[in-house]
Design a protein around this ligand. Structure first.
Ligand code: WT7
Length: 639
């Protein structure tokens, strides 16, 4: 229906709906010109669709089986195939004109710049891969990476992948305990970090946080420190080495063979918040992940060689792994990476970057758009944004008001917005338009080719159109996480047990009469703060680690810019007084343990917490009370 209007509808028909139709020039150049036709064909034979996409990539040895579903939910893809994501991200391009094309354009917050061609990227990655080998890294070893947004972050990731080591990137905005627990769980012997990071005109003391975290674990033997800020840091004799010194040694030879990996070999671990305090690492692979991210990026952002693509997220999150580092490189795209804050020194920093580098595709999060909206349209209006062709959104539902602002003031009503719904677990876009799909502000539209999603009630029955339910995915996809690192039971319990055989997303959603999905939000104990995923349990354990706190509960409440903000309820130990000063001290404590993004918006001291008879905190009830909403079923509340 929508497609029919898109093709044959009159201007008036299009004008009078709440639907945004792509202009003819967008459709003319799109990789996917006829969405319906591609979707239909893909649906008839999903493995065939993915095998054809996989043919576009390089393999040392072709797969025997596209999809092996003998051991559900532990699906395997491209079984028997041998490849390495670096073979597709870098090596292949060195045989083509792309060798001298820019892979990355890097903009420092302090004004410094650095661009790197695929040729130079290969040299740096190969050199660092040899450094890692010399430090004892072997295939399968985990390496933790904790850095600011510098080019050396993707270089470190790619160097790990090249030698078959498994990287575990910890977001540079995390702090001591978050870093410690991730190092401990992954048992990384090597840690790569920076002396510090520039953010908002200030220095984040990354190395200091590392030193603190390493006091809590004996796992790490070697630390490589990239010098970014030049501020003096402690260097532990025999443990800490400067990146630039190692890279100047003869061991850092620019020649390094890319390790031939099994399609199902792990590429990286990425920790994400869930319902318990213990962080869990999702495991992604070389084969399926390559095919899934390569394909979705190509089709959704319609990438071409003349594009300059900018994903403003952090490489430390799945968005950055998939769509700053791996998918753009596999597509031979030129990407911009910006180190700092969107408002430093002025709120036009982003728009200046678009203008300066001629960015054609900008991919960001609703929280950033809302944050920049506050400053008004004068800032974007004084910059030349005419290079933009496509916009993207990710991380949380985009409210229609922010959608329209982005569409009008940034895209100048020319650029379709690709609202991409996906997760750390899915590795790739799952519900997303491609550029010709008619758009409804606030909806991520429909599942990507071959993917089937449903909205179910508690008993597993599909709910009627426009009603809220649990979002599930009923078909496997190549970039799906294979397991939770060292904990396959948790993988099954968390994702495949609520509805056996179906992937439980943890989100609630509605599907409308056109089959468009509207994501509502998390239904578990995950809070999305400014698009970042935090677990209530993580925040609670950070609070409880403070000597004044006996018990704590955290909930997310709606917030105009952040989407959600963290509200906490704290029971103090005997002898501590509930003062403003203590509340501030606790906020700081959470900041130091977990990271600034986790600092509670509000701390309320309470004498007790509502619990079920079995002792579980009823966060749902706290949330309802805080918002003055009906308390719902409280039959399980203890007396
Ligand atoms: C959760 C996953 C995937 C990259 C960043 C987040 C929410 C993500 C959208 C969107 C509505 C979205 C969901 C999801 N989410 N994209 N386009 N519309 N909600 O990855 O940290 O694993 O978080 O982010 O709640 O479950 P993540």
């Amino acid at each position: 229906m929508l497609e029919q209007v898109a093709r044959n509808g009159t201007a008036a028909e299009k004008e009078n709906s709440n639907v945004y139709y792509p202009s003819a020039d967008i459709a003319d150049r799109a990789h996917v010109a006829d969405w319906e036709a591609v979707a239909q064909e893909a649906q008839q034979d999903p493995p065939k669709f993915w095998a054809e996409r996989a043919e576009e990539l390089g393999w040392y040895q072709k797969w025997r089986t596209v999809l092996d579903d003998n051991d559900k939910p532990f699906y395997k893809w491209f079984v028997g195939g041998r490849t390495n994501i670096v073979h597709n991200a870098i090596d292949r391009h060195l045989q083509t004109f792309r060798k001298n094309k820019l892979a990355f354009i890097w903009q420092g917050e302090d004004g410094s710049e650095h661009s790197m061609s695929f040729f130079s990227l290969n040299r740096e990655v190969s050199k660092f891969a040899n450094v890692l080998k010399a430090l004892g890294a072997r295939k399968g070893d985990r390496v933790t990476i904790y850095m600011g947004r510098v080019l050396e972050l993707p270089i470190a990731m790619l160097a790990c992948a090249k030698i078959g080591a498994v990287h575990s990137v910890v977001y540079g905005g995390f702090s001591v305990e978050a870093l410690h627990s991730r190092i401990e769980d992954s048992q990384s012997r090597i840690l790569i970090t920076c002396d510090g990071a520039f953010l908002n005109g200030k220095v984040v003391e990354l190395k200091q946080i590392v030193d603190e975290a390493l006091k809590r674990t004996a796992a790490v033997e070697t630390v490589v420190v990239y010098k970014r800020t030049g501020k003096p840091v402690h260097m532990e004799e025999g443990r800490d080495y400067w990146w630039h010194e190692l890279m100047a040694l003869p061991i850092a030879s620019p020649k390094c063979e890319t390790e031939q990996m099994d399609a199902e070999d792990p590429l990286f671990l990425l920790y994400t918040s869930g319902t318990t305090g213990r962080p869990k690492a999702l495991v992604h692979t070389h084969g399926g992940y390559s095919v899934g991210t390569y394909t979705t990026f190509k089709y959704v952002f319609d990438i071409n060689d003349e594009d300059r693509y900018w994903c403003a997220a952090d490489p430390g999150w799945i968005t950055g792994h998939s769509y700053i580092v791996y998918a753009p490189l596999m597509n031979g795209a030129t990407s911009v990476i910006y180190e700092g804050a969107p408002t430093f020194p002025y709120p036009d920093r982003w728009w200046r970057i678009v203008e300066k580098y001629g960015v054609t595709i900008l991919y960001t999060a609703p929280t950033a758009i809302r944050g920049l909206m506050r400053f008004g349209e004068a800032w974007p209006n004084r910059c030349d944004l005419s290079s933009l062709r496509l916009l993207g959104s990710v991380g949380e539902p985009i409210n229609p008001e922010a959608w329209r602002w982005y569409y009008k003031n940034i895209g100048k009503e020319r650029c379709p917005i690709m609202d991409t719904w996906w997760q750390t677990e899915t590795g790739m876009f799952m519900i997303t338009p491609t550029p010709t799909v008619p758009l409804k502000p606030g909806s991520a539209t429909r599942p990507f080719f071959t993917i089937q999603a449903e909205v179910l009630d508690d008993h597993g029955h599909p709910v009627p159109s426009n009603e809220e339910g649990y979002l599930v995915v009923t078909t496997p996809w190549p970039a799906m996480a294979r397991t939770v690192y060292k904990d396959p039971d948790r993988y099954v319990d968390t994702y495949w047990s609520k509805y056996p055989g179906k992937y439980f997303t943890g989100d609630s959603a509605r599907r409308d009469e056109d089959g468009y999905f509207w994501i509502i939000g998390r239904v578990d104990d995950v809070i999305k703060v400014s698009g970042y995923r935090l677990g209530t349990a993580e925040v609670e354990s950070a609070l409880v680690s403070h000597p004044a706190v006996a018990e704590a509960a955290a909930i997310g409440l709606p917030h105009e810019i952040k989407g959600n903000a963290i509200y906490t309820y704290v029971i103090l130990r005997g002898g501590f007084e509930p003062t403003e000063k203590l509340a501030e001290e606790l906020r700081q404590h959470v900041g130091t343990e977990l990271g600034p993004i986790a600092k509670p918006e509000h701390i309320e001291f309470v004498p007790k917490l509502p619990k079920t008879r079995s002792g579980k905190i009823m966060r749902r009830l706290l949330k309802a009370r805080a918002q003055g909403l009906p308390e719902g079923d409280i039959s399980t509340l203890e007396e």
